[in-house]
Design a protein around this ligand. Structure first.
Ligand SMILES: [Ca+2]
Length: 362
């Protein structure tokens, strides 16, 4: 276990004209999630899709969502793996394991690590035959009973599993996933601290690297879906490379499956370079965007952001290396309907993959 505390982040002060009303608020919201006095212990639990291979799958971006919101969190579990841009690499993701195999060990792990939150994505390794997939719902139910009996106070998020690319596997996944809301709902109705998360719709098969595991870009979608569930508000992803979302001037699109949607926008390098998103807000007020950016300059770099034509302010990213991505949250004052978020060159250089737009519930 590794404890990591974050300073109660973050105030990015805009350069405001004296006396003018602030065009954009930049403080972290008074929080749909209450800042914890002690780190929230989060157990990522599952198979290789939780392990996530060299880049730690969804765990890396998820950590950065917590971090940018000033949320003190401690990933827990008996396993340790991940890249250098994931500061806390503990987890309980076991490559190749089935639901029943998790059941054999889970009570011990929960007793040892006492998580406050469990993120469960399991069942993919049960989907390779008709017999094992048919048994999977009952085995999931048993596993959830073990978890909720061992750590009854923990918040347990239970995901539907992401698609498999082959037709037979895809159909077994659909059948299994269709049972999960009912299983979770019955336990919630019985007072268990469980919630369903629709993960299946988060990752398209085009963003699987081998027909089973997401690309790094696909894993970023899983991270956003988990975090959306945790904070309890929808996230809407706007890809920087898609003309329906954003228009570019003097930039270049760069392909690569470490980016969400397989493409990022780079070379935002010149005074006339601009990437302008059009984002639809459900209501007037404060919303929050999460920018997925990479910075290979070995120092923090920034873009300037103008919201609806207002005075630009810097959005600054940490440097993890090119194609090693960060998540940076920024509050924005929006109006109901269409809004423009125009990113232009700031200090040194960074690329943009996408933004997740969200309107906190309160
Ligand atoms: Ca993208």
């Amino acid at each position: 276990m590794r404890l990591v505390r974050f300073a109660a982040l973050t105030t990015i002060v805009a350069a405001l004209v004296a006396g003018a009303a602030p065009a954009v608020a930049h403080t972290v919201p008074a929080a749909h999630i209450v800042p914890a006095a002690v780190p929230l212990k989060v157990m990522p639990l599952g198979d290789s899709i939780t392990d996530g291979q060299a880049d730690a799958g969804y765990r890396t971006d998820l950590w950065h969502f917590f971090e940018t919101d000033g949320r003190s969190v401690d990933f827990v579990g008996s396993q340790t793996s991940g890249p250098t841009n994931l500061p806390d690499q503990n987890h309980e993701g076991h490559p190749g394991w089935t639901i029943a195999q998790l059941s054999q060990q889970v009570v011990g792990w929960l007793t040892t690590y006492k998580p406050d939150m469990v993120l469960l994505h399991i069942g993919t390794n049960d989907m390779y035959t008709d017999a094992t997939s048919a048994a999977a719902p009952a085995e999931l139910s048993t596993l959830l009973d073990q978890i909720t009996q061992t750590v009854p106070a923990a918040k347990v998020y239970v995901a539907s599993i992401i698609p498999l690319a082959d037709a037979a596997g895809a159909n077994r996944v659909l059948a299994y996933d269709a049972t999960i809301p009912g299983i979770v709902g019955a336990k919630a109705a019985a007072g268990k601290n469980v919630s369903f998360v629709d993960m299946h719709s988060a990752v398209p098969t085009a963003e699987l690297v081998d027909g089973i595991h997401p690309t790094v870009g696909g894993y970023s979608r899983m991270a956003a879906r988990w975090y959306s569930a945790i904070v309890g508000t929808p996230f809407y992803r706007y890809e920087s490379e898609q003309a329906a979302n954003a228009t570019s001037t003097d930039t270049q699109q760069v392909a690569g499956n470490r980016s969400s949607g397989g493409v990022r926008v780079g070379h935002i390098d010149f005074p006339d370079s601009a990437l302008t998103f059009t984002v639809y807000a459900p209501k007037t007020g404060t919303s929050r965007i999460y920018v997925r950016a990479d910075d290979g300059m070995n120092m923090p770099c920034s873009h300037q952001l103008s919201v609806n034509g207002a005075t630009p302010f810097p959005v600054t990213y940490p440097s993890f290396g090119w194609d090693y991505w960060s998540i940076t949250g920024v509050n924005v004052n929006v109006t109901a309907g269409a809004n423009t978020f125009k990113f232009t060159k700031g200090d040194c250089y960074a690329e943009m993959d996408e933004i997740d737009f969200t309107t906190p519930a309160a």
